[in-house]
Design a protein around this ligand. Structure first.
Ligand SMILES: [Zn+2]
Length: 246
């Protein structure tokens, strides 16, 4: 065991993976009381970058991402060339399964560190993201690649489970038009902004912002509408009023 157990172990599941057998031990932990929500950040997930925050910071797509896609294609192609059931086919099948397992591990590692950074390193106790379930999944800009598909689902699950474990807050909002609306004046762009246009220029108030930064701000504002009265919303209003005064 590489980690000591927390809480009372309730269930053990044996799992066979390509690299060997693993025992999953589920433990019951007492509920962590929620901290007072004081500092919030929102993220917009995308394809040019992994995500952009409402502070305008960007997290790059991990480099192994594309490499893993390429290797996946190569291993699958090699498998299709071998006689089904043969020893070489079995060997290749194992290679492909190992590749899947390694990719899943790298993804989990990357996402775990990223979520930890957003909450703990940056000292936020409220994290807001879009709710992809309510958007049109097929036309969605994020769902063009198999690895990214699984990645967003895992990312949102981690955001929720770390919030649960550490007593933090995670909110998801309807992402409709978040990239088409001006975060400064709230007006919706008259012409649909194509994905190629990376800067949002508001024709009403003249605001010019990085496209994903603008979307992340809209995501934050949507959550703020739903959580009026919480301290982070009050802080946010104060910050925005201060920046207007300047
Ligand atoms: Zn505007």
């Amino acid at each position: 065991m590489h980690r000591s157990l927390q809480g009372d172990p309730k269930e053990v599941t044996l799992v066979k993976k390509a690299s060997g057998w693993y025992a999953h031990i589920s433990c019951e932990l007492p509920d962590t009381p929620k901290v007072e929500p004081t500092d919030a950040i929102a993220v917009d997930v995308g394809t040019t970058h992994y995500l952009t925050t409402s502070e305008g910071e960007k997290e790059d797509n991990p480099r192994w991402y594309r490499q893993a896609e390429g290797l996946l294609r190569k291993h699958s192609k090699d498998l299709s060339r071998k006689k089904k059931g043969s020893q070489r086919w079995q060997k290749q099948k194992h290679k492909l399964a190992l590749h899947h397992e390694r990719t899943t591990n790298k993804r989990k590692d990357f996402i775990g560190k990223l979520v930890y950074k957003l909450y703990h390193h940056q000292k936020n106790n409220v994290l807001v993201a879009e709710d992809l379930r309510v958007s049109n999944m097929i036309q969605n800009k994020h769902l063009s690649k198999s690895i990214s598909d699984a990645s967003w689902v895992t990312f949102f699950e981690w955001c929720a489970s770390i919030a649960e474990r550490d007593g933090l807050h995670f909110h998801q909002v309807d992402p409709k038009n978040t990239s088409q609306t001006c975060s400064a004046c709230g007006q919706k762009s008259q012409k649909k902004l194509s994905l190629a246009i990376r800067t949002f220029n508001c024709q009403f108030c003249g605001t010019s912002l990085d496209r994903d930064h603008n979307a992340a701000l809209n995501i934050l504002l949507r959550a703020a509408c739903a959580h009026r009265g919480e301290r982070w919303v009050t802080n946010l209003t104060e910050t925005r009023n201060l920046s207007v005064d300047r």
